[in-house]
Design a protein around this ligand. Structure first.
Ligand SMILES: Cc1cc2nc3c(=O)[nH]c(=O)nc-3n(C[C@H](O)[C@H](O)[C@H](O)COP(=O)(O)OP(=O)(O)OC[C@H]3O[C@@H](n4cnc5c(N)ncnc54)[C@H](O)[C@@H]3O)c2cc1C
Length: 489
């Protein structure tokens, strides 16, 4: 039996371990933390449960697929329900928009609140769907770095329609040209943040990101987001995968063109195949210091990071739902601060996630668990400690003003996550949430492949490599790695 070592038990590492165990490998996962899931974990404080990282669950079919692969019924282990309301949006001029998951209801809402005719939005959504359908196979489901991908009929069809992708215009330009109404443009511009990019730099093809949400919907996992990683971790163990926690891999040993073992606690552990779920940047810099690194790929701009305030609040807010966005008045200036000046913007867009809205037991009776996230630049050695104090005040001022009620005096428990902490907890380079940003036309091609060009038996999965960050894409990266192994070992 061939042995495979996976470095890291993030969602992609766990998914890869399941797929490779199913392929007959003896799989062992070495994880630096004491728990599985990486960014996808949770914690409890004074009776309030908090999802620590991801809060938005889309494309649950990719999780289900892993249970099906193992001939198990996902519903016996992992359940979720669809949300009727995707998100509540608030603007400072008093406009409020509910993003219903039912398309007709949403179009009615947009017509009523923003005076935009349904046919305008329908046309926009149709174009986005067209882009998605044409590119999903090329950009998401296969390796972009193998010639075979480009020889498929679907890829050839997609490439023949290249102008449709609007690669030479920014997402913001495309949205402005097609939608015009400023609130609606900002609403759709926001989807650039789903992969940690700026709508003013990421190309127009990114209109397809919102398609995942508007077409398939958003979901709430029973037991919280953590159940995604926990249920897959249990599934991996049922497939015979062995997990080693509190085990930091410090080096990957290699000969000229093959990797041979990993080093943990100064012990060499041999393997036939190694898959790194560690961010690709430290994989090269720390684990493979003597190997030739793909410098151009590693130099790609990092995606945005975030500051998160986890607040247990002794109060309920009936006007809020699970997902809520309080927009900044000047989105362009906000993204300039994130990607160009690397500073904390004065009037940031604020995302408030409250799982107690759907699962009351996530907070004590009459209370709410707030996950308050502000997009920031990756960590460029800013002075986060002192910046946090004023950021907290600005965020509270804005929320209190927009909700017309006091919040600060009701906060009874508080934790904070910053870009340096994200890096410390998961090894993500500069604390970026999604690996490299997609702030240029060629970004998809500049993500690291799922295999090593130098070492025949070294592979990569997770948010810092192809096809990108976010739970659905991380799960697809595991599938692409596993598909490669079928042909390369
Ligand atoms: C605050 C926040 C909010 C987010 N929101 C969303 C969202 O709403 N929806 C969404 O889909 N995505 C979201 N994301 C992104 C999503 O969390 C990630 O893309 C995804 O979880 C990354 O998974 P991964 O498997 O690549 O790696 P990670 O989760 O980063 O896991 C990597 C694992 O490898 C381990 N490791 C690293 N190096 C070593 C080593 N040398 N030895 C042993 N172990 C090692 C780490 O300890 C870690 O456990 C968010 C991320 C954050 C931080």
């Amino acid at each position: 039996m061939k042995k495979c070592i996976v470095i890291g038990a993030g969602i992609a590492g766990i998914a890869t371990s399941i797929r490779l165990a199913k392929k007959g490998y003896a799989v062992e996962v070495y994880e630096a933390n004491a728990y599985p899931g990486g960014k996808l974990s949770a914690f409890t404080s004074k009776g309030y449960r908090f999802d620590a990282g991801p809060s938005l669950f889309t494309m649950p079919q990719y999780v289900d697929a892993l249970f099906h692969l193992c001939d198990e019924d996902p519903r016996a282990y992992f359940n979720y329900h669809k949300k009727e309301i995707g998100c509540e949006y608030f603007w400072q001029d008093g406009i409020r928009l509910t993003a219903y998951s039912d398309q007709d209801r949403f179009l009615e809402e947009v017509e009523q609140k923003l005076n935009v005719a349904p046919k305008v939005v329908k046309k926009y959504l149709f174009r986005a769907k067209e882009k998605f359908d044409l590119t999903v196979e090329l950009f998401l489901e296969n390796s972009l770095h193998r010639w075979g991908t480009f020889l498929s009929m679907n890829t050839i069809k997609a490439l023949a329609k290249l102008p449709l992708f609007e690669l030479n215009k920014s997402l913001a330009k495309v949205n402005t040209a097609q939608l015009k109404e400023p609130h609606l443009v900002q609403f759709y511009n926001r989807f650039a943040t789903y992969n940690g990019s700026s709508p003013f730099q990421t190309p127009g093809i990114m209109t397809l990101v919102q398609h995942l949400e508007s077409e398939y919907g958003t979901f709430v996992p029973e037991g919280g987001m953590e159940q995604i990683s926990q249920s897959l971790y249990q599934l991996a163990m049922r497939q015979g995968v062995k997990f080693h926690f509190n085990q930091h891999v410090t080096e990957i040993l290699h000969t000229k063109n093959r990797v041979s073992s990993v080093v943990v606690d100064e012990q060499k552990i041999p393997a036939d195949v190694i898959v790194s779920n560690m961010d690709v940047f430290p994989t090269y810099r720390k684990l493979l210091p003597n190997a030739k690194a793909p410098e151009k790929i590693l130099a790609q701009e990092r995606s945005s990071s975030a500051v998160i305030f986890y607040w247990g609040i002794q109060k309920q807010f009936p006007s809020l739902d699970l997902h809520n966005i309080f927009f900044s008045a000047d989105y362009k200036a906000e993204f300039d601060a994130i990607f160009n000046t690397h500073s904390l913007y004065d009037d940031p867009t604020i995302y408030v996630n409250i799982t107690a809205k759907d699962v009351p037991s996530d907070a004590p009776r009459g209370c709410e668990n707030w996950f308050v996230m502000i997009n920031t630049s990756a960590d460029h050695v800013q002075d986060w400690e002192s910046d946090l104090v004023s950021l907290r005040e600005r965020v509270l001022d804005k929320l209190e003003q927009q909700l017309g009620t006091s919040i600060r005096s009701h906060i009874v428990t508080e934790e904070v996550l910053t870009p340096p902490l994200i890096q410390a907890k998961t090894q993500s380079h500069l604390g970026a949430l999604y690996g490299a940003s997609s702030n240029n036309q060629m970004a998809a091609f500049w993500r690291h492949p799922n295999f090593s060009r130098e070492f025949k038996n070294l592979y990569f999965c997770g948010g810092s490599v192809h096809p990108g960050g976010g739970i659905p894409l991380c799960l697809l990266s595991a599938k692409i790695v596993s598909d490669q192994l079928a042909t390369h070992t």
